[in-house]
Design a protein around this ligand. Structure first.
Ligand SMILES: NC(=O)c1ccc[n+]([C@@H]2O[C@H](COP(=O)([O-])OP(=O)(O)OC[C@H]3O[C@@H](n4cnc5c(N)ncnc54)[C@H](O)[C@@H]3O)[C@@H](O)[C@H]2O)c1
Length: 414
C-alpha cells in the first residue's frame, strides 16, 4: 500500500493537549522518544489493521493565539525543556491559522491576537474550508482529520433549527447567535469531508443537523469529552461495584489543576457541560441513582498541567455494612490525553478509509459522554472496541485472502 499522508488539524492547536500531541508525535517520529504507553492502537487488537504511522502525519490547525508550536510548548510546560529544544526546528514551522469566535467563546478570546476578521458566519465557514483545502493541496494529503480541542464554551441555547439541516444552513446565513464557533468548525470540517472528533465538553455533536450533514457527506464523527482521569476511574470502579453487587452510597470527587483549561473551567458559565459529563457517568454504569455524587474542580495555578484528584467512595456490603475506598490520582492532564488523541486520529482516518460514517460508537471508551453508545462501563466499552476491530480485522484478512486467491500466478522467469 502507498504510504498515504494524513493531515491532522486541531482547533486549539496551541493548547496543552494539542501541542503535546504534536510535539510528542514528532519526538516519536524522530526516534527521540519511543514509549507509546497509553495508546490503545499499539495493543494487539489493532495489529494487522493498517493504521497510519507517525511519519505519515502532517500537523496544523487554528488558535486564537498566534504563537508557533515551539513557543506554545515552552508556555504549556508539559514536556521537558531539552526535548522541546531538540524539536525546535520542526515546532517553529507549525503556526496556527486565524481562529473564529462567537459569543460562546471565553471573553478573553475577543482581545486575542489571531482572530479572523469576518462579516458573517458564512464567510467564516468558507475561510475555514479554504484553510483545509489549501493545507491538503500544499502537503499532498490523502485525508485530513479535524480534532476539536478548543476551550469549553458557554452553554448553547437549543433552537428548533438545530434539528433540520436546511434550517441550520439558513441560520448560518442569518448569523444566528445560537450557533457556536465549535459548530462552525464542525460544519466546515464535515463539508470538507474530514472526520471530526469533539474531545471537549461541548454540545456540538448533539446537534441533529450536524449529524445529518455527516450522513450526507459520509463523514465519521466521534465524541464527546475525553475520558482521561477521574471519570475513567468511575467507569472502571462503577462497573466493578455493579458486577460485585456492592451498593454505592456516595462518591465525593475533588480536583485541583493549574493549566489554562483549569482557568477556563473555574468560570461558572464555561463549566456547566463538563460538570454534567462528570456527574452523568455513574448512573448509566450502575443502573440506579440513589447515591450522593459530588464533583468539585478547583483552579490551583502552582500545579500547572499536573492535576491531582481525590476520591472518597462509600459503599455498602453484605448485611448492609458500610465500607469505603480512598484514591489519590496524580495525573498529567495532557500526557493522559495526547495518546488518546493520536489513537482517535488513527481510528477516524481508518474509519473514513473503510467507508464508515456518522457517530463511531465503538469508540465509547475514549469519552466521558460517549455519543450513541449504550456501553457505559469500562469493561463493556473495551469489549465493544475489541469486538468491532476484531470484526474489521477478519474482514481485512478475508479480502486479502480473496485477493490472493484471485491473483494470476506470476510467470516463472526461466
Ligand atoms: N487534557 C485532558 O485530559 C482533557 C480531557 C477531557 C477534555 N479535555 C478538553 O480538551 C480541551 C483542550 O484542553 P487543554 O488542556 O489543551 O486546554 P487549553 O486551554 O490548554 O487549550 C485550549 C486551546 O484552545 C484555544 N482556543 C480557544 N478558543 C478557540 C477558538 N474559538 N478557536 C481556536 N482555538 C481556540 C486556546 O487559545 C487554547 O490554546 C478543553 O476543552 C478540555 O476541557 C481535555
Amino acid at each position: 500500500m502507498k504510504n498515504h499522508k494524513v493531515g491532522v488539524l486541531f482547533v486549539g492547536l496551541n493548547g496543552a493537549t494539542a501541542n503535546t500531541s504534536v510535539a510528542g508525535s514528532l519526538a516519536i517520529k524522530r526516534g527521540l522518544m519511543n514509549d507509546r504507553n497509553g495508546m490503545l492502537t499499539e495493543s494487539d487488537i489493532f495489529s494487522d489493521l493498517a493504521l497510519a504511522q507517525f511519519d505519515q502525519f502532517v500537523f496544523g490547525g487554528w488558535d486564537i493565539n498566534h504563537s508557533n508550536a515551539y513557543d506554545a510548548a515552552r508556555l504549556n510546560k508539559v514536556l521537558e525543556r531539552d526535548l522541546i529544544e531538540d524539536l525546535r526546528d520542526e515546532l517553529e514551522e507549525i503556526s496556527p491559522w486565524k481562529a473564529i469566535i462567537t459569543e460562546h467563546d471565553v471573553d478573553y478570546a475577543k482581545k486575542a491576537n489571531n482572530i479572523l476578521s469576518v462579516n458573517s458566519m458564512e464567510e467564516s465557514v468558507n475561510l475555514l474550508k479554504q484553510d483545509i483545502l489549501s493545507f491538503k493541496e500544499r502537503h499532498n494529503l490523502d485525508r485530513v482529520v479535524v480534532i476539536y480541542l478548543g476551550s469549553p464554551l458557554k452553554q448553547v441555547k437549543e433552537k428548533g433549527f438545530f434539528h433540520e439541516l436546511p434550517l441550520f444552513r439558513k441560520a448560518i446565513q442569518n448569523n444566528d447567535e445560537s450557533i457556536s464557533s465549535a459548530m462552525l468548525y464542525a460544519y466546515a470540517a464535515i463539508e470538507s469531508g474530514c472526520p471530526f472528533v469533539d474531545f471537549t465538553p461541548n454540545v456540538t455533536l448533539k446537534v441533529p443537523a450536524i449529524l445529518q450533514l455527516a450522513e450526507e457527506k459520509q463523514v465519521p464523527l466521534a465524541g464527546r469529552d475525553g475520558n482521561t482521569g477521574q471519570t475513567l476511574l468511575k467507569t472502571v470502579l462503577g462497573q466493578m461495584f455493579k458486577i460485585r453487587n456492592l451498593k454505592l452510597t456516595g462518591w465525593y470527587s475533588t480536583n485541583i489543576l493549574g493549566n489554562n483549561d483549569g482557568l477556563v473551567l473555574s468560570m461558572p458559565e464555561h463549566r456547566q457541560t463538563k460538570m454534567e459529563d462528570k456527574l452523568g457517568v455513574l448512573e448509566p454504569v450502575l443502573g440506579y441513582n440513589h447515591f450522593s455524587h459530588i464533583v468539585d474542580i478547583h483552579y490551583y495555578p502552582p500545579r500547572g498541567d499536573n492535576k491531582e484528584a481525590w476520591e472518597s467512595i462509600d459503599f455498602s456490603g453484605w448485611l448492609g455494612l458500610p465500607m469505603s475506598v480512598k484514591i489519590n490520582w496524580l495525573g498529567r492532564d495532557s500526557i493522559l490525553a495526547a495518546p488518546l488523541i493520536i489513537d482517535l486520529v488513527r481510528l477516524m482516518e481508518f474509519a473514513l478509509r473503510s467507508g464508515e460514517y456518522g457517530i463511531q460508537s465503538q469508540l465509547a471508551i475514549y469519552f466521558k459522554h460517549p455519543l450513541n453508545a449504550t456501553a457505559r462501563g469500562f469493561y463493556d466499552q473495551y469489549m465493544l472496541l475489541q469486538n468491532y476491530y476484531s470484526g474489521m480485522k477478519r474482514a481485512v484478512l478475508k479480502s486479502a485472502n480473496e485477493r490472493c486467491a484471485n491473483m494470476q500466478p506470476e510467470p516463472l522467469n526461466v
